[in-house]
Write a protein that binds this ligand. Structure first.
Ligand code: CAA
Length: 380
């Protein structure tokens, strides 16, 4: 068993680390404060190859493995979890979904610009009454000649107003329940497609989250992904990979908070010495580092499973479950180690604590991950 990273992986990680330091760190506090979506950074992240990392070269992507993707997600998330969720949704929900299941014409038209960062994607599964309970889709896509008519509302959509292309899950044959669900590629600007107001969020405030409203939107039949009725499986398969991305985001938030807390403890003095010399702080750092490393192994294992072509539904759920708890625990402790300074914006850890919470909610809550894990344990 080899736990070391290859030269290539180290190069990719270092490039992402440098990018995060030079491009994401300046302005991260202001973007969070103003809920500013970093449109200007998308192009730069595309130029770095971060927007379509696992897409084959023939469609403009980087043809990289999931380990590389996790390393990039971790480094970006250490500094700016808002920027990293934009990257995560584009890579693992949109580009991966199209790479794995779209036909050649769909890939040529939609995947190529998404992979280069020229266009941005969004994944639209959640609804007002179908968040965790994803089979209960109320959005409908009814066949009408050479197209479908799409009606309904989607909620909490990352990249909601900034995306160009949207993968929309909708019910076509209600009587078939989840076997009647389809996935469609919908373009921004199509008649009847409205973008709702921006959500005012606790964390990841630099990413734009919106509800989307579809009123008799005409979607050409050629924009359906896969066979009729494939939409629910498409969503579940795609989400398994998405969970690796969010697990890596959580790992990055945890790592960023830990790094800041450790450095702070080496310079902040109390009771005549640097606070890291007090066991109350040193033991916290020991616990944080141990939890961080455990999370890293689970995240890497899930990515490795994906790269091996073996099933990663369970390992991705375990990685997300554990890493998101680690992000929460470690960021809370990082604030505690910073004391009063931890509660103010300029020290960054309060933002990380707010950002950490979403990793326990989106792409399946922690409770959903436990459903996925426990079912696999009981059916294997
Ligand atoms: N791969 C392929 N098929 C899968 C699958 C997977 N990983 N998981 C489930 N399925 C299939 C099942 O095999 C079953 O198919 P059959 O009936 O043909 O056997 C079908 O899907 C239904 O599965 P279940 O009976 O298990 O359905 P359920 O309703 O009991 O539970 C669930 C499914 C795991 C709870 C699922 O609904 C789920 O994951 N919910 C959470 C949804 C979610 O993560 N939402 C996040 C929104 S996206 C987001 O946050 C994006 C963003 O912008 C950041």
């Amino acid at each position: 068993m080899d736990f070391s990273l290859s030269e290539e992986h180290l190069m990719i990680r270092d490039a992402a680390r440098e990018f995060a330091k030079t491009e994401l760190l300046p302005g991260v506090i202001e973007r969070d404060e103003q809920q500013h979506f970093p449109k200007e950074l998308i192009k730069k992240m595309g130029d770095m190859g971060f927007m379509g990392m696992m897409v084959p070269v023939e469609y403009g992507g980087g043809d990289m493995d999931a380990i590389s993707y996790v390393l990039v997600m971790e480094e970006l998330s250490k500094v700016d979890a808002s920027a990293s969720v934009i990257v995560s949704v584009n890579n693992s929900l949109v580009c991966y979904g199209l790479t794995a299941y779209a036909n050649d014409a769909q890939k040529e038209k939609y995947l190529r610009p998404l992979a280069t960062g020229d266009k941005l994607g969004a994944f639209c599964l959640s609804e007002p009454e179908a968040g965790s309970d994803a089979t209960s889709q109320k959005t409908t896509a009814i066949e009408n000649g050479d197209h479908y008519i799409l009606n309904g509302t989607k909620n909490w959509i990352t990249n909601g107003s900034s995306a160009d292309y949207y993968l929309v899950i909708a019910q076509t044959h209600k009587e078939k329940k989840h076997h009647g669900i389809n996935a469609f590629i919908v373009e921004k600007g199509w008649e009847g497609f409205e973008i709702g107001p921006k959500e005012q969020k606790l964390g990841i405030r630099g990413s734009d989250t919106h509800s989307l409203i579809f009123n008799d939107v005409k979607v050409p039949k050629e924009n359906r992904i896969g066979e009729d009725g494939f939409g629910f499986k498409f969503a579940m398969k795609t989400l398994s990979g998405g969970r690796i991305g969010i697990a890596a985001q959580a790992l990055g938030i945890a790592g960023g908070a830990y790094d800041l807390a450790r450095e702070y403890s080496k310079v902040r003095k109390a009771f005549g010495t640097e606070i890291c010399n007090h066991q109350a702080i040193a033991f916290k750092l020991a616990d944080m580092h141990t939890q961080l490393e455990a999370a890293r192994y689970l995240v890497m294992k899930a990515a490795w499973d994906k790269d091996q072509g073996t099933n990663y539904d369970t390992s991705s759920a375990m990685a997300k479950l554990y890493a998101s708890q680690a992000a929460m625990d470690i960021s809370v402790e990082a604030v505690q180690i910073h004391g009063g300074n931890g509660y103010v914006k300029e020290y960054h850890v309060e933002r990380m604590m707010r950002d950490a919470k979403i990793t326990q909610i989106y792409e399946g809550t922690s409770e959903i991950q436990k459903i996925v894990i426990s079912r696999s344990l009981l059916t294997d």
